[in-house]
Write a protein of this length. Structure first.
Length: 136
């Protein structure tokens, strides 16, 4: 009975580990996107008055002439505010810091899950060895 319980716990822990790993993957992608956005802002500043490709979404672009290098930022509730490049980069930097904090929490959770998995695997293995010894 305890063996079945441990196997169920093992399965649940493995599922939690898988979910945490997926969250880490998504978070790493978001951090990379934010960092790329920050780099693109530097390029944008150098492109004022030049023709650029503007992404409309889903890999659809349109040629346009950049008349202003100050980004317009969605600050929540679909409220758009014009910001300077420096202000926008600071906002992105703050988002990266928050994402890094969350990443650290997920890494700690993953370490904890892995410890629980190791402990449970030892318990299962020990239980099997005991039951094999009793059978002889």
């Amino acid at each position: 009975m305890a063996g079945e319980e441990n196997i169920l716990k093992l399965s649940m822990l493995e599922e939690r580990a898988k979910q945490t790993e997926q969250q880490l993957t998504i978070l790493n992608q978001q951090i990379m996107e934010l960092q790329n956005m920050s780099l693109n802002l530097d390029k944008l500043k150098k492109s004022k008055g030049k023709e650029i490709l503007a992404n409309l979404g889903r890999n659809i672009f349109v040629k346009t002439k950049l008349v202003d290098d100050n980004p317009i930022v969605d600050v929540g509730s679909k409220v758009l505010v014009k910001k300077t490049t420096a202000e926008t980069k600071k906002l992105i930097e703050e988002q990266v810091i928050e994402a890094d904090k969350l990443k650290q929490q997920l890494l700690e959770a993953m370490a904890s899950i892995n410890q629980e998995l190791e402990k449970l695997m030892i318990e299962i293995q020990t239980g099997r060895e005991k039951s094999q010894g009793e059978e002889k």
